[in-house]
Design a protein around this ligand. Structure first.
Ligand SMILES: [Fe+2]
Length: 295
C-alpha cells in the first residue's frame, strides 16, 4: 500500500470524521497504525488500542480475492454487540422501512455475537453480488465511492469502545454491517450504490464529487421515506443508531429534492437536523436512479 503522511482515515465514507493515520509512525512501528484522538472513548484503553491496530493490520495485509480474516473480537466486544442489538431491535420495528426489514430477515444475524465480514459476505454476495472488503484507512471519498461501481464496499472491521455501546465517534463494524451490509442485501439499494460508483467515475471535477458525496449522505446514509402515514428510515446512518432513529421525529423533513441535497452542507458529528423524505420507496428508487444515470 502506498502510504502518505497524515491522510484522513476511512471516515464515514463521504465525510471526514476523527480517526487519522500517522503514516510515518505506521512505518516505524507496525503496531501503531491507528491513532485515536484524545477525546475518543478508547484513547486510554491500551488493550483496545492494541486490538484496533491488530484489526487494521489484518486489513492492510488483505488482498482483494483473499478470504477475509476473522477479527479477534473479545467477549466484552460481543457484549457490546448484544447491547446495541437490544436497542436496535425495537427501533427497527418502529422506524425501519419495509425493504430494510426484509433484507434484515434474509441475513438473519446472530444477536449474540459480532458477525465476521466473511460470513456477511457469503449471504450478501449471493443476493446482490456486492461484497464487503476490509480497509485499515487511507481511503479517500473518491476511492470509497468508485469501488461501489465494482460491487465492492470498503469497510471497517473494529467495533466501538465498550464504555459507550450506544455511541461511536466513527463508523464501526456495527454501522457497516447493520447499516450497509443489510441494505446491500436489497437488490434495489445495492443497484443504487453501484450507480453512485459509476456516476463518481464519470464525475472528474472536485465539485461534482462533492455534490455526489452530499447526495450519498442525504440518501444512502440518512434517507427517509413515507410508508402510509409513517416516516421510515432507509439510510444506513439512521438504521445503525437506535438513538438517531428515535429522534427522527424531531428532524425537519424536506421533500426529496436531489438537487437541493447536492448543495446542502451537513455536520456528521450531531444527529441530522434535516432529512430528505421521499414519498415512497419506489419514488426514492426511481428519482435517485434517474439522477445517477444522467451523470
Ligand atoms: Fe456509512
Amino acid at each position: 500500500m502506498e502510504v502518505k503522511t497524515k491522510q484522513p482515515l476511512l471516515s464515514d465514507h463521504v465525510d471526514m470524521r476523527l480517526v487519522a493515520v500517522d503514516a510515518d509512525e505506521a512505518i516505524s512501528d507496525r503496531n501503531a497504525i491507528v491513532e485515536l484522538d484524545p477525546d475518543h472513548p478508547g484513547f486510554r484503553d491500551r488493550e483496545y488500542r492494541k486490538r484496533r491496530n491488530q484489526i487494521a493490520q489484518l486489513a492492510m495485509n488483505f488482498q482483494p480475492g483473499d478470504q477475509i480474516p476473522d477479527a479477534p473480537y473479545t467477549a466484552e466486544e460481543h457484549q457490546v454487540w448484544r447491547t446495541i442489538w437490544k436497542a436496535l431491535g425495537p427501533a427497527h420495528q418502529r422506524h425501519a422501512c419495509a425493504e430494510y426489514l426484509s433484507s434484515l430477515r434474509r441475513l438473519s444475524f446472530d444477536s449474540d455475537r459480532i458477525p465476521q465480514l466473511r460470513e456477511v459476505n457469503e449471504k450478501v454476495q449471493a443476493i446482490s453480488g456486492f461484497r464487503l472488503e476490509p480497509v485499515a484507512g487511507l481511503v479517500q471519498p473518491r476511492v470509497f465511492l468508485e469501488n461501489l461501481a465494482n460491487g465492492v464496499f470498503l469497510c471497517t472491521q473494529y467495533i466501538r469502545h465498550h464504555s459507550t455501546p450506544l455511541y461511536t465517534p466513527e463508523p464501526d463494524v456495527v454501522h457497516e454491517i447493520v447499516g450497509h451490509g443489510v441494505t446491500l442485501a436489497s437488490e434495489r439499494l445495492a443497484e443504487l450504490n453501484r450507480l453512485f460508483g459509476e456516476a463518481v467515475k464519470r464525475a472528474t471535477a472536485q465539485d461534482a464529487l462533492d455534490r455526489l458525496s452530499r447526495v450519498y449522505w442525504f440518501t444512502i446514509e440518512f434517507g427517509a421515506l413515507r410508508e402510509g402515514e409513517s416516516v421510515k428510515a432507509y439510510g444506513t446512518g439512521l438504521l445503525s443508531s437506535a438513538g438517531e432513529m428515535e429522534e427522527m421525529g424531531d428532524a425537519e423533513l424536506r421533500p426529496l429534492d436531489i438537487e437541493a441535497a447536492s448543495h446542502l452542507e451537513y455536520d456528521p458529528t450531531h444527529f441530522q437536523p434535516v432529512l430528505f423524505c421521499a414519498e415512497s420507496f419506489e419514488a426514492m428508487y426511481q428519482t435517485l436512479r434517474q439522477y445517477l444515470i444522467r451523470w
